[in-house]
Design a protein around this ligand. Structure first.
Ligand code: ADP
Ligand code: MG
Length: 618
């Protein structure tokens, strides 16, 4: 029999300090103590599985590999038992009494020098076991190694300065952790809370976790399995589980990468977009795991905000498990994973759009708003996102959308820019003045019928090295290969000069400039934007958000000097200047309306009646 007896040892001094930090500042959520201990048990079981493959002679060879959790509500204890590799006396001392990791000293000296504790650094340390002391008055670890010559020991500590260690014969292989809960944590000795924590954090641990004999973790970590061996129903079931969903996913992306980072990921696009249906802003739906153990549910940082509609799992064993939520925020690894997965997902969508365009359009109609949000907010991926956008155009069939790449393919040889114009619908756009010149020159123009589209295009600025230009820009200069007939019976230049000067006087601050248009064919006048950055639609949205009466100043009015209405103004001005002024104001209002801008209806209607009155009494 062993001659050993109880020994009391001191924690290594670094350990003492670390314990203090861990207990008081690293973990803010006490729940995760159980996650850490289960993760250690799972590690020990994994090592055991490995051992039994190589080692012939192990203790308790036929014991099944599992984790058992029991509790005592009266005594306020929780006991976690595993049949893993266990620990010898030396291992108990080395693993639980010291910090084996190199660099821990440097870390602690650094920590002492700075006032602010760098949680980021702490996160790099494997200190999960100490999380037990967040909830424990005392922790007892009874362990027996798988090696035949070990006899079992008990390690006891209250986590302050010392621990004791003594022989404990008669143990089975593995480790039993008995936690005597402290006064603030007694609620953990309860079946419901234990089950809840296991389901939340440890659902995918690859060994059975039993509470009162019942296996709690019944869902498989599908993302770690080989794609080819997974059935569609399994994917759907898994999607329903992680996404808390009732529908079926419309897309799924399952991939694994080894370099530069080890990532296993399984992402789903749901069928429904609840945000679009008016249910308010969605929370992110992808959970972050490290080797099947949950690090963060609905992680905010693992994917960009605009991908919040995705459901699923990202698992990376490169991530430290013991990382606080705060440290996750600016963890370089998290940023890297975010970029890799986002890129991968965009590429996947691109391929889907090619192989099954119809299905892609279904997705686009439902979730396109998120892509547009990405295009305006995610600088890194904006080019890839731009390829996924779809719009109607003057050359698309009504109701059918094209990609910017298709537009570029069809561009005329001498055409250097991509043109677009916003309007509430196809009919309005096609009957408005902006299309005049495009129709005349047979140049394709994109219809951006969603108000956000103009913001998207102004953020993108270009596509495939071609500038995106709104057709309501003052300096629009489209290639003209057909010399149009617009100049045929236009007003003479001196008359044009006087007319535009007078019109500007009449309109005053309502416009910046009145000039002769080079682009109009059938319409008398058009509103254009001299600054070229804001489109009229963008301006309208800004206007709608501020309470002030609309004052669309800073715009130019271009007039068509071959149009009978404009030409008629020259004479009318001499005959009845007041009436001519009314017409000029009305021309501007009409042009503003066609630009989608808001005009004061009261004034306009009054003036309109005056004009009509004159017309009927002619
Ligand atoms: P980490 O898990 O990151 O190594 P921990 O503080 O969680 O850090 O655990 C420290 C060490 O204690 C582990 O590496 C392992 O060697 C040992 N250990 C903890 N729990 C067990 C267990 N249930 N069975 C066997 N060894 C364990
Ligand atoms: Mg651990």
């Amino acid at each position: 029999m062993s001659t050993e007896k109880l020994e009391t040892l001191e924690f290594q001094s670094e350990t003492k300090k670390l314990l203090d930090i861990v207990i008081h500042s690293l973990y803010t959520e006490k729940d995760i103590f159980l996650r850490e201990l289960i993760s250690n048990a799972a590690d020990a079981l994994e090592k055991m599985r490995h051992q039994s493959l190589s080692d012939e002679e192990v203790f308790d060879k036929d014991v099944s590999l599992d984790i058992n959790i029991s509790f005592d509500e009266k005594e306020h204890t929780i006991t976690i038992t595993d049949t893993g590799v266990g620990m010898s006396k030396e291992e108990l001392i080395a693993n639980l009494g010291t910090i084996a990791h190199s660099g821990s000293k440097t870390f602690l000296t650094e920590l002492n020098q700075t006032e602010q504790k760098d949680v980021n650094l702490i996160g790099q340390f494997g200190v999960g076991f100490y999380a037990a002391f967040m909830v424990a008055k005392q922790v007892r670890v009874q362990s027996r190694s798988y090696r035949l010559d070990d006899e079992g020991h008990e390690w006891i500590s209250d986590g302050t300065g010392t621990y004791s260690i003594a022989p404990n014969p008669g143990l089975h292989r593995g480790t039993k952790l008995i936690i005597e809960l402290n006064d603030n944590s007694k609620e953990y000795a309860n079946e419901e809370s234990i089950k809840r924590i296991i389901k939340q954090y440890s659902s995918f641990v690859p060994f059975p976790i039993k509470v009162a004999g019942e296996k709690i973790n019944t869902v498989q970590a599908l993302w770690t399995r080989n794609k080819n061996e997974i059935k569609d129903e399994e994917y759907t079931d898994f999607y329903k589980f992680v996404g808390n969903a009732f529908d079926e996913p419309q897309y799924k992306l399952h991939f694994a990468a080894d370099a530069p980072l080890s990532i296993k990921s399984l992402l789903f696009v749901p069928k429904e977009n609840f945000e679009r249906m008016g249910f308010g802003r969605m929370d992110p739906g992808v959970n972050l795991y490290c080797q099947k153990i949950l690090i963060e549910q609905h992680s905010e940082k693992i994917l960009p905000d605009w991908l919040r509609f995705l459901k699923g799992v990202i698992d990376s064993e490169d991530l430290p498990l013991n990382i606080s939520r705060q440290a996750l925020q600016d963890n370089a690894l998290v940023i890297k994973i975010n970029q890799v997965v986002t890129k991968k997902f965009l590429k996947y969508l691109h391929e889907e759009a090619k192989t099954d365009p119809e299905k892609y359009m279904q997705f686009y109609e439902t979730f396109g708003m998120f892509l547009k949000e990405g295009a305006t907010s995610d600088y890194t991926h904006r080019e890839a996102i731009a390829k996924l956008l779809r719009f109607e155009s003057s050359k698309s069939e009504p109701g059918k959308k094209i990609s910017l790449s298709e537009y570029v393919e069809r561009m005329k040889e001498e055409q250097k820019e991509i043109y677009y114009i916003n309007g509430p619908n196809r009919k309005t756009i096609e009957s408005g003045p902006y299309l005049d010149t495009f129709k005349a020159q047979d140049i394709e123009i994109i219809y951006t019928m969603d108000p956000i589209d103009d913001f998207v295009f102004s953020h993108l600025a270009e596509f495939d090295s071609k500038k995106l230009v709104s057709a309501d820009r003052a300096d629009l200069d489209i290639p003209k290969d057909k010399e149009s007939e617009e100049k045929k019976d236009a007003l003479e230049q001196p008359i044009v000069q006087t007319l535009t000067k007078w019109m500007k006087e009449v309109l005053g601050d309502r416009v910046k400039e009145v000039s002769e248009s080079k682009r109009l064919v059938g319409s008398p006048a058009i509103i254009v934007n001299p600054d070229g950055f804001m489109t009229s639609t963008m301006e309208r949205i800004m206007q709608a958000q501020s309470q002030d009466m609309p004052t669309p100043g800073g715009k130019n009015l271009e007039i068509n000097t071959s149009h009978p209405l404009i030409k008629g103004l020259v004479d009318m001005r001499l005959k009845d200047e007041d009436f001519a002024k009314n017409v000029v104001q009305q021309v501007l209002d009409n042009a503003l309306i066609q630009a989608g801008l808001i005009v004061d209806p009261r004034e306009m209607v009054e003036r309109n009646y005056k004009i009509l009155e004159k017309a009927v009494n002619k």
